[in-house]
Design a binder for this molecule. Structure first.
Ligand code: KIV
Length: 261
């Protein structure tokens, strides 16, 4: 896919069988890098909260903080579809609040928005307003306090509820759904039951695409999560470069004549 990616194109990839490659980014630099690598969809995730802003969970991040990072990422992303996460509290009160928040994220440069959970009325209204919407089911991190931790969702009899939520979201007009931390069998069943693409994270191979947190795959995270893979050792690389810089400054071996004017 060489041209600008659109929400209808992402949706159509389910039928073509092409796996949809999605990644988070939070600023212009890494957005541009992911774009240059040919990722199909870039999400300015509310994981901004814990990955970049130093919060414990995604709960505290505000709409204005999201808007700031959507604007920045927009400046770097040219080809991939740019999706903005709707943060906790920006869509939960009313349909009107949900549409207003989605509009604000679109004005900041997003081309679609994502929200967590079973909000079919809000989804319908957002889509009616002309905004492509991505759903998010399974382990929805904004509900971490309800779940009592970051735990796999949809095991045993809970599978039916997750499947029903997926159907509600698809029926409400979403163009795709993130399926996070669910048993692989359930994610596969959902993928077969709905007509829009499923984008898995910790949900196995049966999904139509995959999404990961950029800092996890680059190896910038302190820990390695079961649902992720370190495709590079970014933290070790950065730490070693910064230590080398500090050593050379202290030893007066940097800057040299070469770095001077
Ligand atoms: O905020 C986020 O990063 C996400 C995904 C990784 C799905 O919602």
């Amino acid at each position: 896919m060489a041209d600008k990616v659109t929400a209808p194109q992402i949706r159509a990839m389910k039928a073509s069988g092409d796996k949809i490659v999605c990644l988070t980014a939070y600023d212009a630099y890494f957005g541009a890098l992911a774009d240059r690598a040919g990722v199909d969809l870039i999400l300015v995730g509310d994981s901004l909260a814990n990955v970049v802003l130093g919060y414990e969970t995604t709960v505290p991040v505000t709409l204005q903080e999201m808007v700031h990072h959507v604007r920045a990422t927009r400046r770097g992303v040219k080809r991939a579809l740019l999706v903005a996460d709707m943060p906790f509290g920006s869509y939960n009160s009313s349909v009107g609040q949900a549409v207003d928040s989605a509009v604000e994220l679109m004005k900041a440069g997003a081309e679609a928005v994502k929200l967590e959970g079973d909000y079919p009325d809000a989804i319908e209204a957002i889509v009616k307003a002309g905004i492509p919407l991505m759903g998010h089911i399974g382990m929805t991190p904004q509900s971490v306090n309800n779940f009592g931790g970051f735990k796999v969702q949809g095991r045993g009899s809970a599978a039916e509820t997750v499947l029903e939520t997926a159907k509600n979201i698809a029926d409400a007009g979403a163009f795709s759904i993130v399926v996070e931390l669910t048993p692989a069998d359930l994610a596969k069943q959902i993928s077969q039951a709905i007509s829009i693409p499923t984008i898995g994270i910790g949900a196995g191979q049966g999904c139509d695409g995959q999404i990961q947190v950029l800092h996890d795959i680059l190896g910038f995270a302190d820990q390695t999560f079961k649902h992720a893979k370190r495709f590079g050792e970014g933290q070790a690389l950065a730490l070693s470069a910064i230590k080398d810089y500090a050593c050379e400054v202290r030893a007066e071996s940097f800057p040299t004549d070469e770095n001077s004017f």
